[in-house]
Design a protein around this ligand. Structure first.
Ligand code: SF4
Length: 331
C-alpha cells in the first residue's frame, strides 16, 4: 500500500505483558497504514492482538502491558512520544474509539446530551449553547429520533442500537482524523448491525475520517472496509484490498476463516473449521506460528518464521508458500 497520503501509520509495534509466568508478546511487530478517508479492517480470532493494537494506539494499556518498540504516527506525529496531557488532548478529539458495549463508555448517571456536549466543551472553545446545538445536530445526523427530547434521556432509557448511535455521534462530533471501532456491532442484531455500518460509512465519507474497524467478523469487513489486515497470534498474516482478499485469499489461515463462513449457494452437512487452537503466546511454536494448525505445513515451516512476502496481485502474505526461493528449493 502507498504511504504517501497516509494519515495513520503503525510501524513495527510491539506490545508485551510482563506477567509472573513470563513475557506475553500480544502485538509482535505490526505495521498498519490507513489513508485519509479510508476504512481498514483488522480481523482475527479473539486474543490475536487486534484490540491490544488499538489500546496501544490510544495509550490505554493496563498494567502489566507496555509498548516496547515501534512508532504510532498520526499525521506524522509519533503518539508514543506524547505526554499524558498531550494524549488527553488527542483522545476524543483527533482519535476517537467506539467499543462493543456502549454502556461501558457512557456514564449511567448523566443524560446522553450532557455527555456529548461535555465532549465538545472539553476539546473546543465554544459556548454551552453552541455545544448543545451541535449535540442535537449530531444526534439528528446519526438517526436518533426526536433529538431535542432525547437530549435529556439517560443511557438506560435507550435500546442497544440507539446507544451505539450515541457513541458514534460522540466519536464523530469533533471531526476526528481517525476513528477506531472495536467490534462496534457484535452486540447488535443483524438488521441494526447493517444500519450502524451504513451510518458509519456515510459519516466516514462525509467527514473524510479514517477508520480502523476491529472485528472477528469477515462479513463486517466486506460491508465496511477498503483494505484488510488479517492478524493471528500477534502478527499480520495477510493484507490486501478487501475485494482482492475475498476474491483470492492466500494465507492458509485466511483461507480457513473464509471457508468457515456458511455460503448461501452451497449445501454442506458440516461447516469447515480450522483444526486446533490459537497458540498460547507464552509458548509459541518454533517457526511459523500457524504451523500446528496448517494443512499445508512443510518442514521449513517448523524451523523458520516466514516474512511478509508480496505477491504479484498485491497481497502481502506471511507464508513460505509465497516465497519463490523456498518453493523452488523443495524444502
Ligand atoms: Fe502453513 Fe507453512 Fe505457510 Fe505457515 S508458512 S501458513 S505453516 S504453509
Amino acid at each position: 500500500m502507498s504511504n504517501n497520503d497516509s494519515i495513520f501509520q503503525i510501524r513495527g509495534l510491539k506490545t508485551q505483558f510482563f506477567t509472573s509466568k513470563g513475557i506475553v508478546p500480544a502485538v509482535d511487530g505490526v505495521d498498519i497504514t490507513v489513508k485519509k478517508g479510508e476504512a481498514v479492517g483488522l480481523v482475527g480470532e479473539s486474543g490475536c492482538g487486534k484490540s491490544m493494537t488499538a489500546m496501544s494506539t490510544m495509550q490505554l494499556l493496563q498494567y502489566p502491558g507496555r509498548v516496547v518498540a515501534g512508532e504510532i504516527l498520526l499525521d506524522g506525529e509519533n503518539l508514543l512520544e506524547k505526554t499524558k496531557k498531550e494524549m488527553d488532548e488527542i483522545r476524543g478529539n483527533r482519535i476517537t474509539m467506539i467499543f462493543q458495549e456502549p454502556m461501558t463508555s457512557l456514564n449511567p448517571v448523566y443524560t446522553i446530551g450532557k455527555q456529548v456536549s461535555e465532549a465538545i466543551l472539553i476539546h473546543e472553545n465554544v459556548s454551552k449553547e453552541e455545544a448543545k446545538q451541535r449535540t442535537i445536530d449530531i444526534f439528528r445526523k446519526v438517526g436518533i429520533p426526536e433529538p431535542e427530547k432525547r437530549y435529556n434521556v439517560f443511557p438506560h432509557q435507550l435500546s442497544g442500537g440507539l446507544r451505539q448511535r450515541v457513541m458514534i455521534g460522540m466519536a464523530m462530533v469533533c471531526n476526528p482524523q481517525l476513528m477506531i471501532a472495536d467490534e462496534p456491532t457484535t452486540a447488535l442484531d443483524v438488521t441494526i448491525e447493517a444500519q450502524i455500518l451504513y451510518l458509519m460509512k456515510q459519516l466516514q465519507k462525509e467527514q473524510g475520517t479514517a477508520v480502523v474497524m476491529i472485528t472477528h467478523n469477515l462479513g463486517v469487513v466486506a460491508e465496511s472496509c477498503d483494505y484488510v489486515y488479517v492478524m493471528y497470534a500477534g502478527k499480520i498474516m495477510e493484507e490486501a484490498p478487501v475485494r482482492e482478499l475475498f476474491r483470492d485469499p492466500k494465507h492458509p489461515y485466511t483461507f480457513g476463516l473464509m471457508n468457515s463462513i456458511p455460503k448461501m449457494t452451497e449445501v454442506k452437512e458440516h461447516l469447515y473449521t480450522i483444526k486446533g487452537l490459537v497458540p498460547n503466546l507464552l509458548h509459541l511454536p518454533q517457526g511459523c506460528r500457524f504451523c500446528p494448525r496448517c494443512e499445508k505445513a512443510m518442514k521449513v515451516c517448523t524451523m523458520y518464521e516466514p516474512d511478509l512476502y508480496e505477491t504479484e496481485d498485491g497481497h502481502k502474505v506471511r507464508c513460505f508458500l509465497y516465497n519463490k526461493e523456498v518453493m523452488n528449493s523443495g524444502k
